[in-house]
Design a binder for this molecule. Sequence first.
Ligand code: ADP
Ligand code: MG
Length: 262
Amino acid sequence: MAETLIKISGVRKEYKVEAGPNVVALNGVDLEIKRNEFICVVGPSGCGKTTLLNIIAGLEPFDSGSVTMHGEEIIGPGPDRGVIFQQYALFPWMTVRRNIEYGLKFQEKMFTDEEKSELVSHYIKMVNLEGFENSYPKALSGGMKQRVAIARGYALNPEVLLMDEPFGALDAQTRAQLQEDLLHTWESEKKTAFFITHDVDEAVLLATRVVIMSARPGQIKEIVDINLPYPRTQATKMDPEFIRLKNYIWDAVYKMYLEIPK
Ligand code: ADP
Ligand code: MG
């Protein structure tokens, strides 16, 4: 069994709401994230996915339970956890190359200019942005901006990448392309990933395990192993086992959605 990287035990998070009852966003959440796995989290809107990611990132305090990385309590953000948001958060005044290079600053290692240049070129190639090194974000499409954000996430060289619906704002074709790029990158670097999506197809395509969350309060309902072989491509979606897993998870999520009072 692979080494446990992050351990979440009995986490409870309640948001104080001024006008109205408090919201119990998470209650009794237990999860172990193993090194090199690709976890996708799905669940109805409002079930606490973002809250859980922010807690792992050290950006959100919680009421009880514990979250550890390598056995040590997570008490705030750190360069061992890289976060990629849906809205790319690039620096508009920096070129693609500079935006990615910025990620290198957070590594402990000091790089020479030559090493920096080589590393940045490696990440640019990885996300298929060759030829756009000197472009500014405003000149790029949404998909390209998200590629820069992903390359910068990798340049941080964190132990785990935390991604909150990173492809949520992209059109279907761009999304499919970025899924393949991300798969390709994960297959070669095996960087531990914690990836939130509301798209069940996307979850099954990428993940080694899919975590299904339920709402009110947010809890882990079920964890499904995805035993489809890598490398995976869009063609994997035709595999009968893919279809079986997708239907199974979709059904579980949809049933919960129907149970939520609207
Ligand atoms: P998800 O990402 O799964 O959609 P969130 O983690 O964003 O869910 O939210 C979980 C629940 O907590 C929701 O009911 C949401 O309305 C509530 N919530 C999130 N952030 C806050 C906040 N800052 N104050 C009050 N309630 C919040
Ligand atoms: Mg969310």
